[in-house]
Design a binder for this molecule. Structure first.
Ligand code: ADP
Length: 193
């Protein structure tokens, strides 16, 4: 099994690159944002709890997303590997993920960290808001909140994995295909080992 964390701020292109990576490497895509939005669409109790936080650009509680990931791992026993997108977002989520993977005798192979300037992030998110139907993409104050949550709570995730030498920074500006090639080069060099 080869498991990847695609890491980076909101708007850094995780969703776009995830689609290409799961296709190229046959991985199971686990996006906590997508799972939460599907819970909201189904109006489940979990979705209702998450919605107000997401609408404000705040993180949903660790226990909620960790539980979602635990079920997703259990529901995909045949997976060749997982691509984690938007998770983990806190140190507690990182520690929990490592423990869950260890129970399955596997681990994170690499953390690919997309780097994009703040101005470009805001521009991309507002632009996505024109068509995505995501209310958290239409308001600049909520977007700033999400970027602040990332800076305050999520940058620690990279530090956590840096202690295990698992983090590689990738420039997240340029064409979609160039960024994909840079990601693939890093993955291939690890798969070859
Ligand atoms: P983006 O990274 O583009 O902002 P996501 O789709 O990954 O969007 O997440 C949207 C929202 O869902 C976040 O702002 C947050 O409220 C919630 N969310 C998603 N993943 C997590 C997570 N791992 N922990 C806590 N909250 C999360």
């Amino acid at each position: 099994m080869f498991n990847i964390i695609l890491f980076g701020p909101p708007g850094s292109g995780k969703g776009t690159q995830s689609e290409k990576l799961i296709e190229a490497y046959g991985l199971v895509h686990l996006s906590t944002g997508d799972i939460l939005r599907s819970e909201i669409a189904k109006a489940t109790p979990l979705g209702l709890e998450a919605k107000s936080l997401m609408d404000q650009g705040q993180l949903v509680p660790d226990a909620v997303v960790i539980g979602m990931i635990r079920s997703a791992l259990d529901n995909n026993p045949q997976a060749k590997g997982f691509l984690f997108d938007g998770f983990p977002r806190t140190e507690a989520q990182s520690v929990a993920l490592d423990a869950l993977l260890q129970q399955k005798n596997t681990e994170i192979g690499v953390v690919l960290a997309l780097e994009v300037s703040q101005d470009e992030l805001v521009k991309r998110l507002l632009n996505r808001g024109l068509t995505s139907g995501r209310s958290d993409d239409t308001n600049e104050a909520i977007i700033s909140n999400r970027i602040a949550e990332y800076q305050n709570k999520t940058t620690v995730v990279a530090n956590y994995y840096r202690q295990f030498n698992k983090v590689v920074a990738i420039k997240g500006e340029g064409t979609v295909n160039d960024i994909f090639s840079a990601l693939a080069t890093e993955i291939d060099s690890r798969l070859a080992k």
